[in-house]
Write a protein that binds this ligand. Structure first.
Ligand SMILES: [Zn+2]
Length: 143
């Protein structure tokens, strides 16, 4: 049994991103493992006022929301994202998350994705748009 420390810089912060450390016990099976906040190494411009475990909670929530939104988007509409699916996401300066469809999706398909995101993450958690002004964003390639 050993306590391990992991340094994490989530991909949902503008560069240079927030960096935090958390600890976990390698004697605990991965599925039951608990990550315990340890310390803040650095803070990005988007999260300048948050500190300590409150910052860690914000980072975790934003990163998890982005990951769930991407998976939900692909699951909702496989026809838009065929065998080589790539989903684009973006956080704006108010930390609102968007799924950016570009020209890949029709209005009806966007609506289908939005409904699935509302069901999976709650209304208002993620907005489906054609284009977005992003502070930070990325493409997630699945499959
Ligand atoms: Zn940050």
């Amino acid at each position: 049994m050993a306590t391990n420390t992991t340094r994490w810089t989530p991909d949902t912060c503008p560069s240079p991103g927030c960096t935090v450390e958390y600890t976990w016990d390698d004697a605990v099976p991965a599925v039951n493992r608990v990550h315990t906040f340890s310390r803040v190494v650095g803070t990005c411009t988007a999260h300048g006022t948050a500190t300590g475990s409150a910052l860690y909670t914000i980072l975790l929530n934003e990163n998890t929301r982005k990951n769930k939104a991407v998976v939900t988007t692909v699951a909702a509409l496989p026809a838009v994202f065929p065998s080589d699916p790539t989903v684009t996401w973006a956080y704006d300066d108010k930390r609102n998350l968007s799924i950016v469809t570009g020209t890949a999706a029709t209005a009806l398909q966007q609506s289908t994705i939005q409904t699935a995101l509302n069901t999976a993450l709650g209304s208002g958690a993620v907005t489906v748009v054609s284009t977005a002004t992003a502070v930070i964003g990325g493409n997630v390639k699945l499959g």
